[in-house]
Structures are given as C-alpha cells and as structure tokens.
Design a protein around this ligand. Structure first.
Ligand code: ACO
Length: 329
C-alpha cells in the first residue's frame, strides 16, 4: 500500500506589517473592535515587487529542506492562490522556473480559501495511487492588491503570506498518512464572496468599464460567518462519522483562519475543546489559501504539533468551497 505523508513544511510572511493602529488612521475603526470581532492584531503585507510565486518559493525551499528532497525530485507542483502572478503562465509554472527545474507538471488551483485543502487532496490521490512520489503543494496570497482599504468591513481581515507542504510516498502509515478527505462546493452561495474582475464575465459586459471596485473582494460578512460555522461543523461531524472516531482521537484541529470568532463558535457548537484548535490569526490575518499550511507550519515550529499526531484540517471559502482532511502528521 502507498500512503501519503507530509515530509516537509515551510512558510513565509513578508516583513512589512499593517497593525490595527495603522488601520485606525485609514478607516473609521478601532483596535478594540477589530480584536473583539476577528481576533486579529496585525497582518503582513508583501513588498511592492513581491509576487505570489516569490513568496511561494521561500516557503517551498523551507519545506524542501525539511523533507530532504531536492527540487529535481518533485513529480508535481500544485499552487493554490486566489490572485495569481498573472493569468498565464500559471503561478505553479513560475514557481517551477524559480526553483530552477523543468519538466514537472504544474497546476494552479482556484478554490479561494479552500484551495490548499483541494490541492492536498489531489496530491494525496496521486501519491496513494502510486503515480507520483513527491509533490509540492503551496498556498500563496498577496491579498492586499484586492483589498479595498476604504472599506472597513473587509480591510481589517486580510493579510499576505505563503505556506508549503512537500508530501511523499511511504509504505508505513505510522510515518504519516491521510485517513479521510472530502471536498465540497456550493455554487449557489457564490454571491456571498466574490471578485468580479479580471474575468470574461466582466470583459463581456457591453458597458465594459472596469473600475477599481470590481477588482476588490466583496463579502456579505454576516452570511459568510454563519455559513462558515455550519460548513466547519458539518465537515467535522462527517470526518468523525466516516472514520468512526471520537473527538479525543483528534489531537489538533487546523482550520482555515477566517476569523477567531468563527472558530470559537465552531467549538461551542460541537463541544470540541478550544485548547486543541490552532488559532493563528492574531499576527497573520486571513491569508486565504495560505492560512492552513502557514498555521500548521508555525504550530510545528512552535512545538505544538508533533509527529505521530492526528490532525483535522477544515477549510471554507469563496465559491463557496469547502474541504476537510484528516491525517497523521
Ligand atoms: N470597525 C468598526 N465598526 C465596523 C467595522 C469596523 N472595521 N466594520 C463594520 N463595522 C460596523 C458596521 O458598520 C455596523 O455598524 P451599524 O450597526 O451602525 O450598522 C456594526 O459594526 C456591526 O456590523 P456587522 O456587520 O453586524 O458586524 P459583525 O459582528 O458581523 O462583524 C465581520 C463583521 C467581522 C466582517 C463578521 O461578519 C465576520 O467575521 N464575518 C465573516 C467574514 C470572514 O471571515 N470573511 C473571511 C473571508 S471568507 C473566508 O475566509 C471563509
């Protein structure tokens, strides 16, 4: 049997930070309001010339070093991003070029904040089927480009960053494996969270006149909040049911860091202990597809998550999309 294990993790956060105090000077808000409503104190902002592929490269090199796998040993590169370097070539091809390798299939995944879990799910299928031995999966975002810093309901939330996993084949499930995974999408909820430009829908409009507004993230915050909690609870219950596990058999929940309040509401609804949830939004903000690999890599670095522990990852995002993976680290 082939099992899929995480052989290396990496992350990158840009140097520049945007604090709640900085935002107080930009929009009508307060540090207290932001902390109470979201749990965020600061977020990182990419440098002027820093592209998603540049940040992906930094996170990937760390993950490769940890896994002791050379870039030329990679069989597949998957990059989840909401806002790629450009429409073509894709960011995964750009990353491949920057890694100094060639001749490796490379694909971008567009599933908003669930993109990384979609990528990890695809990667694990290729590993378990025996097709590939080593796959790089990355989430990378420069959300500041698509954030409206005049809209206090969204600009408080988002930050930039990247996280990367190298996943590798093993025949020993004790070294790591994926027990369960499930992807989902609810296209009927698309209007809750969207960016309308660039895209053919916008370009096809007769009165085509792309304003800056169309390039920003639009969000119905309260509805997203309710749906996000419901999706997390459903994914959690399903993972337990399908694997016959009890909550005490999950060591850590690594959720998409959308908002601290969403995570606390999830804990209240399911009675899952908050002490076993990785809360990592305080110093990163919501980094969309980067948030799960970023928070997992940081939790491992901080010594919270250890080898041999069972981790449940749950993501939800625009689309709306969602995904969950239960794995042994
Ligand atoms: N500072 C001060 N006041 C604010 C701010 C702000 N930054 N933003 C909104 N307000 C005001 C509103 O205008 C409103 O004022 P009013 O009562 O005078 O009309 C009041 O605060 C309450 O607004 P609500 O929208 O009800 O605030 P809520 O408690 O719902 O919090 C928030 C807003 C934080 C956006 C919340 O809805 C939320 O977290 N939603 C989830 C969104 C999310 O996580 N998105 C991430 C992207 S999607 C994803 O990753 C899955």
């Amino acid at each position: 049997m082939n099992y899929c294990r995480i052989s290396g993790l990496g992350y990158y956060l840009p140097e520049k930070v945007l604090t709640n105090q900085d935002l107080e000077k930009m929009v009508d808000t307060s540090d207290e309001w932001i902390r109470q409503r979201t749990g965020i104190e600061l977020r990182h902002i990419a440098g002027e010339d820093e592209l998603p592929s540049d940040m992906a490269l930094k996170a990937s090199l760390q993950a490769l070093e940890q896994s002791q796998i050379k870039p030329e040993d990679l069989d597949f590169i998957l990059v989840a991003t909401l806002y790629p370097d450009q429409l073509m070539p894709n960011t995964a091809c750009e990353l491949q070029r920057k890694l100094g390798i060639s001749n490796v299939p490379s694909l971008d995944i567009s599933a908003a904040c669930s993109g990384f879990v979609y990528g990890l799910s695809i990667a694990s299928q290729y590993i378990q089927s025996g097709t590939y031995k080593n796959i790089l999966v990355v989430g990378t975002e420069t959300l500041h480009h698509i954030t409206n810093y005049e809209d206090r309901t969204t600009c408080i939330l988002f930050g930039d960053g990247a996280g990367a996993f190298v996943v590798s084949q093993t025949d020993d499930p004790q070294k790591g494996c994926v027990y369960h995974q499930e992807l989902q999408a609810y296209g009927d909820l698309g209007e809750l969270l969207f960016i309308s430009s660039p895209g053919a829908k916008q370009a096809a409009k007769k009165d085509f006149n792309t304003g800056k507004q169309d390039t920003y993230i639009h969000m119905d915050g309260q509805k997203v909040f309710r749906k996000a909690v419901q999706i997390m609870c459903d994914a959690y219950e399903k993972a337990l049911k399908d694997t016959g596990r009890t909550p005490d058999q999950i060591d850590w929940l690594v959720p998409h860091q959308a908002n601290e309040r969403i995570l606390k509401k999830f804990c209240k609804s399911t009675s899952f202990p908050e002490e076993k949830v990785i809360f990592d939004i305080k110093e990163t903000g919501n980094t969309s597809s980067a948030s799960i690999p970023l928070s997992m890599a940081r939790a491992v670095e901080q010594g919270k998550i250890k080898r041999g522990q069972d981790i449940l990852m749950v993501a939800m995002g625009g689309g709306m999309t969602s995904g969950s993976i239960l794995l042994r680290y």
